[in-house]
Design a binder for this molecule. Sequence first.
Ligand code: GLP
Length: 259
Amino acid sequence: MKVLILPDAGAAADRTADLLSAQLRAMPSSVLGLATGGTMEAVYARLVRLHREEGLSFARASSFNLDEYVGLPPDHPCSYWHYMRQQLFDHVDIDLANAHLPQGDAADPEAEAIRYEAAISDAGQIDLQLLGLGLNGHIGFNEPTSSLNSATRIKTLTRSTRDANARFFTRPEDVPQYAITMGIGTILRAAEVVLLAYGAAKAGVVAQMIEGPVTASCPASVLQMHQKATVVIDESAASQLRLRDYYELVHPAGGEAGL
Ligand code: GLP
């Protein structure tokens, strides 16, 4: 696991956007795995800037988002489809026909989850999967005790996740109870994963993810098993890491290893 420690949240988001843009420039037809949440807003803002100012193109790319709330139609202001349009899709040249999210208002959500998993397999492989980190260690909406080899399916959200996401809804009780999420097994099949987290509130779970045991109690810890996982954090989120000095020695200022 590569651990990149940047001075602050803005620098960490920029570093993450730059990893994604390097992937796109190297392989314009990349299959991207995308994430939502407050953490990603600054990443998408930078990608939009890179598109406008430096010609970064999504025209040949396709994307699969991690998850969507069950029951929310795409045009619902709190759906992740709406989030993606607002934050990224409407501001870059991606072909919306190639931008995929689970359909939250599908008549049969379980069948929709199976369809979505198959669509990812049909695309070949996700070349780069972007991930945020839940306060309880979730990735996508894979809550603690999710099977470490799970496929896309319905998950019941924990109270803590619903509380954390209540800020995006008018009333806390409006946060859906269920989501369709890529499984942990789905995420692990991506050729490369990049997880971004920042802020002191996530320092504890960041330490569990990087230095704790691999356990379904902290789903993100499974990234220790991935062959190409990069964790991008800021100094606040790094504050409980026991081996912080070592990560900073290998990747000074969050840069590449100086071999
Ligand atoms: C949400 C999303 C995750 C996201 C996480 C962190 O519930 N399903 O994909 O990474 O929680 O959210 P935030 O970035 O707002 O802290």
